[in-house]
Ligand binder design. Structure first.
Ligand SMILES: [Zn+2]
Length: 357
C-alpha cells in the first residue's frame, strides 16, 4: 500500500516535469522566432529605403515661363521670364536652375538662352529659348486691328454681309502673313507701358482685337489663330456672350465691351452716353465680374464715349479704352480714347500689309 502510494506520487512528479519542459521549449521557441522575425522586418525596411534613393533615374521636368521664341526691341531692357523645374523625388528645384547665354539688346541679332537643372541623383534636363533683338517701332506707332464678324463663303453668301464681316479665307491670309513674317503680339501690359514711355516695342508689333464675341469668331476665326499661334483679344458684350469667358482658349484673351451698354437709347445713340456715372460703373463692374475679375481693357459700344464714361472707367479700374476712330497708338496717346485700324470685308491683302507695316 505504502509502495503503491509512493509510485503514484513519483508518476505525478514525472508528468509535471515533462509538462514544464514542454512549456519551457515553447517559450524559448517563441522568443527565438520573435527575435529573428523582427530582424528580418528591419532589414526589409532598410532595403526598401536604399532602393528609393538609388532608383531615381527620372529626369527633372523643366518648363519655360513665357514663350519659346521672344522678340525684343533694340535698346530695350530684356526681362528674362526664366523657367520652372520639378523633380519626381526632390519636388520643386526651380532654385537650382542655371542660365547660359546673354541677350545684348544693344545689338540686333538672334540669341539663345539655355536653362539647365540637375536633381539630387544627378539626372539633368535643359530647355532653350530664342530671343530676337530687332529695331524698335520708333515713331511709326502701334496698329491695333479691329475685327467684328466672320463668314465662310463655302457655306454662306457674303452678298448681304456688311463691312463688319470678313470672309474666313481672307482672314487666314492675313494671319498667315503675320505669322510668316514674324510679327510680335505685345500683351496689354506692354501696350500700356509703351504709351507711358516705359517700354520700347519691336518693329512689326501688332495687336488684334475682335468686337462683340459672337459665335462666328469662335467657330471660324479662333481655329485660324491657333493654327498660326497668333494672339487676339475678344472684346465681349458680357450680358450676351459672357459664358464664353469661361472657355479657356489658346491664343484668345477676354476683355470688356460692356455688360448691358451695347444698346441704343431713345435718342438713337448708345445708352452709355446718357447713363449716370454710377450706373455706368455698376455695368463695368458686372462685366469685369463676368470675365473672372481680370478685365482692365475696354472697348466703347458703337465707339461712343464722353467724359462721364471715362471717369466711370477709371473708377472701375479699367486702364485703357478703345474707340472705333481710325489711327495708330503712340507713346503719349490718350489712354481712354485709343484709335484702331478697321479691317473690312473689302480689305485686300496688299492694303492689309500697309496697315500693319
Ligand atoms: Zn460692338
Amino acid at each position: 500500500m505504502k509502495n503503491y502510494k509512493y509510485n503514484k506520487r513519483k508518476q505525478k512528479n514525472n508528468a509535471l516535469k515533462i509538462l514544464f519542459t514542454i512549456i519551457l521549449i515553447i517559450i524559448i521557441a517563441m522568443a527565438i522566432k520573435l527575435i529573428f522575425f523582427n530582424k528580418e522586418k528591419t532589414e526589409n525596411i532598410k532595403e526598401v529605403a536604399t532602393q528609393n534613393i538609388t532608383e531615381d533615374n527620372e529626369k527633372p521636368v523643366i518648363t519655360l515661363n513665357g514663350k519659346e521664341k521672344e522678340i525684343v526691341a533694340l535698346g530695350s531692357i530684356y526681362n528674362d521670364k526664366k523657367a520652372v523645374a520639378k523633380d519626381n523625388i526632390d519636388g520643386d528645384i526651380t532654385d537650382k536652375i542655371t542660365i547660359d547665354g546673354v541677350v545684348d539688346t544693344n545689338k540686333i541679332g538672334t540669341y539663345e538662352i539655355t536653362y539647365k537643372v540637375k536633381d539630387a541623383a544627378g539626372n539633368e534636363s535643359s530647355i532653350k529659348r530664342e530671343v530676337k533683338v530687332r529695331n524698335s517701332i520708333g515713331n511709326k506707332g502701334l496698329p491695333v486691328l479691329m475685327y467684328h464678324f466672320f463668314y465662310d463663303k463655302n457655306t454662306e453668301s457674303g452678298a448681304n454681309k456688311d463691312n463688319n464681316f470678313i470672309e474666313i479665307s481672307d482672314f487666314e491670309e492675313q494671319i498667315k502673313y503675320l505669322s510668316e513674317n514674324d510679327f510680335y503680339f505685345p500683351t496689354w501690359e506692354e501696350v500700356e507701358e509703351y504709351i507711358d514711355g516705359k517700354t520700347i516695342l519691336p518693329e512689326k508689333s501688332v495687336v488684334l482685337t475682335v468686337d462683340d464675341g459672337d459665335d462666328s469668331f469662335f467657330k471660324l476665326a479662333v481655329p485660324v489663330l491657333q493654327k498660326y499661334d497668333v494672339d487676339a483679344t475678344s472684346f465681349v458684350i458680357t450680358s450676351w456672350y459672357g459664358y464664353r469667358a469661361n472657355e479657356k482658349q489658346e491664343n484668345v484673351s477676354y476683355q470688356s465691351h460692356s455688360d448691358c451698354m451695347h444698346e441704343g437709347a431713345s435718342n438713337g445713340k448708345g445708352v452709355m452716353l446718357s447713363w449716370t456715372k454710377e450706373k455706368i460703373i455698376k455695368d463695368l463692374e458686372d462685366s469685369k465680374k463676368a470675365l473672372g475679375g481680370n478685365a482692365t481693357i475696354f472697348c466703347y459700344p458703337f465707339g461712343q464715349y464722353n467724359d462721364t464714361g471715362i471717369e466711370a472707367l477709371k473708377t472701375a479700374g479699367y486702364k485703357l479704352a478703345f474707340t472705333t476712330q481710325g489711327g495708330r497708338v503712340y507713346k503719349g496717346s490718350s489712354k481712354y480714347e485709343l484709335p484702331r485700324v478697321r479691317i473690312m470685308k473689302t480689305t485686300t491683302l496688299s492694303s492689309f500689309k500697309s496697315m500693319v507695316n
